[in-house]
Design a protein around this ligand. Structure first.
Ligand code: SME
Length: 159
């Protein structure tokens, strides 16, 4: 049984513990869907104030919904569209304090207020994006971004 109790009071510790738990979860498992599914569940359980956490995979140059936690979401997102598509096209983290002010934001869930999207790249290939949504405006700060980038680096090796 896996029982990761991650209850850090500060963000650097939270994300350091999460990265260690994720490393342990994916160790030796080559299936990318299984690893994305467990990563989404771990993040959902451990990171407060989220209403969506999951993945869009790069399938032939289009983002296609992958494993996630949260409400039913849009299935296909072209590169360049919305926050996820911007992260995929630029291969750069998108940290959006107010999604309603983001041109082209795709509102899968009207309760989402802020969003953080981390591209996952291996050998110069975009594998997927990791997408977190929050119902709170300005939910994600630079420490969240650094922590999620760290998780993305763990995942890049196993997706
Ligand atoms: N809001 C995202 C779409 C994906 S959902 O948030 C799950 C976007 O604009 O890319």
């Amino acid at each position: 049984m896996y029982d990761f109790k991650i209850a850090a009071t500060d963000k650097p510790t939270l994300y350091r513990d999460l990265a260690a738990a994720l490393e342990a979860l994916v160790a030796g498992e080559p299936d990318p869907i299984a690893n994305m599914a467990n990563a989404a569940a771990l993040i959902w359980e451990s990171v407060p104030d989220l209403n969506w956490a999951g993945f869009y995979r790069n399938i032939d140059g289009e983002l296609v919904l992958g494993p996630f936690q949260g409400r039913v979401a849009c299935i296909r997102i072209p590169f360049g569209k919305g926050v996820c598509g911007a992260a995929a096209a630029a291969r750069q983290v998108q940290r959006v304090d107010d999604v309603n002010a983001f041109p082209g934001h795709i509102a899968c869930d009207s309760t989402s207020a802020s969003e953080l999207v981390v591209p996952i790249v291996r050998d110069d290939r975009l594998i997927a994006v990791l997408d977190l949504d929050s119902p709170s405006t300005g939910r994600f700060d630079a420490e969240d971004e650094a922590g999620l980038v760290q998780l993305g680096e763990v995942l890049a090796r196993v997706l």
